[in-house]
Design a protein around this ligand. Structure first.
Ligand code: DQA
Length: 146
């Protein structure tokens, strides 16, 4: 797999979950869109969503064994809480972009703290589902120039 797209807790509820915050597209819609863009660039993409920290951590560990070259991750609420998931990303040392559908800086104070931003290549926040397309463009460029 060239690119791993990871989504954290409650993102399986996209489309019905707080649409004013997260939009009306489902996770399947988003995954279909970015998968098609990856295919157009002759790259393979695997998607994994989990509501639990352990599943996400195990998938990150597996990425170090399956040839993953770039990770796009929306850690969802784990953004603000999970040192363990941060440590997993540090351990595998695969470049990644952090994505948020909503602009976390426009929301509650607790959402302004991310355990990922300082180790990410960059952060995309507030552009809805389009943020994943931006992150994919970054991933493609990264892979093609490395
Ligand atoms: C989110 C923002 C987080 O604060 C929140 O817990 C989420 C989604 C976003 O995509 O905007 O679940 O990561």
């Amino acid at each position: 797999m060239d690119i791993l797209l990871l989504n954290g807790p409650n993102l399986n509820m996209l489309g019905v979950r707080e649409p004013e915050q997260y939009g009306t597209q489902t996770l399947d819609d988003i995954v279909s869109c970015v998968s098609a863009l990856a295919t157009d660039a002759n790259l393979s993409l695997d998607h994994y969503q989990d509501n639990s920290e352990v599943g996400l951590i195990d998938r990150v560990h597996a990425a170090s064994q399956d040839g993953t070259k770039y990770i796009i991750i929306n850690p969802a609420a784990f953004t603000h809480t999970s040192i363990a998931l941060r440590d997993a990303l540090s351990a595998v040392d695969i470049a990644f972009t952090e994505v948020h559908l909503s602009n976390v800086y426009k929301r509650e104070e607790f959402r302004k703290k991310s355990y990922f931003s300082d180790i990410a290549e960059g952060v995309i926040s507030g552009f809805g589902a389009q943020g994943y397309e931006f992150a994919l463009a970054v991933a493609i460029k990264h892979i093609q120039s490395n």
